[in-house]
Ligand binder design. Structure first.
Ligand SMILES: *[C@@H]1O[C@H](CO)[C@@H](O)[C@H](O)[C@H]1NC(C)=O
Ligand SMILES: *[C@@H]1O[C@H](CO)[C@@H](O)[C@H](O)[C@H]1NC(C)=O
Ligand SMILES: *[C@@H]1O[C@H](CO)[C@@H](O)[C@H](O)[C@H]1NC(C)=O
Ligand SMILES: *[C@@H]1O[C@H](CO)[C@@H](O)[C@H](O)[C@H]1NC(C)=O
Ligand SMILES: *[C@@H]1O[C@H](CO)[C@@H](O)[C@H](O)[C@H]1NC(C)=O
Length: 511
């Protein structure tokens, strides 16, 4: 066994993912996919997960007694690889080591454990190959398909152009996901809190996603040993509704649940939750996850409220698009050409949170070009307004995400993100700068100036790209390739590619 395992481990250690992590339990994690080439890592890299806002603050742990991170082992090989030769700036790195997950503290029957270990090694070896192929593709720096590589055939869609950070890598990664992604959905827990969620209104995507996962349409496996990731199908919206908004009660539900699955199965302990994911569109998603520190710090949290000030980590968490399923359907796509859009900028919505307050204060009833409403005028359709506007303002409300982002994209209106610490959905593959405008909260007084500064030509290109990315925000029933569901799963897939799971049982019995 050793002969098989060692080369694989070496390969993994040598090429793959290096987790840079500090030795102090409370400090921030960071992940960089290391390139073999001396070329500096760039945004077009498969280091898709490097999207860390420049001033992302440290984790605000909900509890100062945070758990220790998974045990680290110094690995001199990877330390060397991480040296300045590849251009990765080490000023943010505290300690370079390969992530080795802690030994499972259970003793299961050795025969089943070693066959599941073998499966795990196979899975990991496969993922290592995928990383190598993505890595080699990512060496093509320009945004075009290199002539030396045949583009993959795809009957449905081939991502191309500037909407993507690197369309070629994305496409390959997507196709690899379709081949290898397997998700185990825990069956524990009772309806209505588990196995379902709201399917209408602003949190509707929470229930939709859980429903599709339960139905088995999205890479579900019933054999947890074959799973790459594990889904915990609880609904935060439902916990609030059926249990309580009370912190104690919410904490109890989640702690009991994690205790249950971590005692009943070996998988949670194997990685302390790092290959497990939860999902929530409710503002309270981050808070709910904070009741179990490992869930907060290790697991993949798919959250609408992707607020970096509340511990959202782009390398391990996934930004979940907030989509208002008004009638149980998303509003259809389409809108006018650039020249038919008579309003420069439009917003309508409640006075939630300080950013909107600043916006209203500055622009309400001030300028016909910037139409902002708290109370929407009667007899005008919201959708029509979006379709008649060049830019749709999407300020954060009580939480960072806003359903207006997806609505603007549907209406082919360029979204203007006004937020602080918001990581927009799919920023691991989409280049948001190419089809949206980001405005700092402090620049709210300059909105008009900034938007007027965008030329007609530039506007047309941006709008073309908005149309191109529409498919990624569309909620189809049943799901279709490259749509909302598959994009979220692709984001989860990328987070899973960034970790390496080991079963130490195996090491012990065979070395
Ligand atoms: C923080 O951790 C301590 C000790 O583990 C625990 O007693 C306390 O209830 C926790 N607080 C929260 C908010 O979870
Ligand atoms: C790393 O290098 C140091 C000094 O060269 C050595 O003492 C240590 O054992 C090495 N660690 C590993 C994991 O190889
Ligand atoms: C690394 O970061 C330091 C400080 O932030 C900066 O001065 C230096 O130019 C950076 N080096 C590279 C290669 O980006
Ligand atoms: C996982 O770890 C917890 C805490 O250390 C332990 O109580 C539990 O029995 C472990 N689970 C399994 C399946 O061994
Ligand atoms: C993001 O989180 C911080 C810290 O909790 C909070 O102060 C801020 O209001 C949040 N942003 C939004 C828009 O909710």
């Amino acid at each position: 066994m050793r002969h098989v395992v060692l080369p694989i481990l070496t390969m993994i250690a040598a090429i793959v993912v290096v987790v840079i992590i500090s030795s102090k339990p409370s400090s921030e994690w960071n992940i960089i996919l290391i390139s073999n080439s001396p070329r500096p890592a760039s945004a077009n890299d498969i280091s898709l997960l490097q999207h860390t806002p420049a001033h992302a603050p440290d984790v605000h742990s909900p509890n100062t007694s945070t758990p220790p991170p998974p045990q680290m082992r110094e690995d001199n090989r990877s330390s060397n690889r991480l040296s300045s030769s590849n251009g990765v700036n080490s000023s943010t790195t505290l300690k370079k080591s390969t992530l080795i997950f802690p030994k499972p503290r259970f003793s299961s029957s050795s025969s089943s454990s070693s066959s599941s270990s073998r499966l795990l090694y196979k899975l990991e070896a496969r993922l290592a190959q995928v990383r190598v192929s993505l890595r080699s593709l990512s060496l093509f720096k320009n945004n075009r398909t290199p002539t030396t590589t045949t583009p993959l055939f795809d009957p449905d869609y081939v991502p191309q152009g500037l909407s993507y950070r690197n369309p070629l890598v994305f496409h390959r990664s997507y196709i690899e996901m379709e081949k290898w992604m397997k998700i185990y959905v825990y069956e524990e827990g009772e309806v209505p809190i588990f196995h379902g969620g709201p399917s209408r209104s602003i949190y509707g995507t929470e229930g939709r996603f859980i429903y599709e996962m339960e139905k088995g349409t999205l890479y579900r496996t019933w054999d947890p040993n074959k799973a790459l990731v594990f889904f915990m199908p609880f609904s935060v919206v439902r916990i609030i509704r059926y249990v309580s908004r009370d912190r104690q009660a919410m904490g109890r539900v989640l702690r009991d649940y994690i205790t249950l699955i971590s005692h009943k199965y070996p998988f949670w302990n194997r990685t302390l939750g790092a290959d497990h994911f939860m999902l929530s569109c409710n503002d309270w998603g981050p808070r709910a996850s904070s009741f179990v520190p490992h869930l907060f710090h290790n697991s993949i949290r798919v959250l609408c409220n992707a607020n970096t000030s509340e511990g959202f980590k782009p390398y391990k968490d996934v930004s979940f698009p907030e989509i208002n399923m008004r009638t149980g359907q998303y509003m259809g796509v389409g809108g006018g050409s650039p020249s038919s859009r008579s309003i420069l900028a439009f917003f309508a919505g409640g006075l939630h949170g300080h950013i909107r307050y600043l916006l209203m204060n500055q622009w309400k009833d001030k300028d016909p070009d910037i139409q902002v409403y708290e109370q929407f005028p009667r007899g005008v359709s919201y959708q029509d307004m979006m379709r008649k506007s060049k830019f749709c303002l999407c300020p954060s409300g009580y939480e960072v995400a806003s359903p207006r982002v997806a609505e603007a994209i549907y209406a082919e209106c360029i979204p203007v993100l006004i937020s602080d610490g918001y990581v927009p959905p799919f920023s691991d593959v989409l280049d948001w700068k190419s089809f949206s405008v980001e405005i700092n909260v402090k620049d709210i007084p300059m909105i008009k100036e900034i938007l007027m500064g965008i030329s007609t030509k530039q506007y047309s290109s941006m709008q073309r790209r908005v149309k191109q990315v529409q498919r990624h925000f569309v909620v189809n029933a049943p799901p279709k390739r490259y749509d909302f569901y598959h994009m979220i799963l692709h984001s989860i897939w990328l987070r899973r590619l960034n970790i390496q799971v080991q079963d130490h049982d195996h090491d012990e019995t065979h070395s």
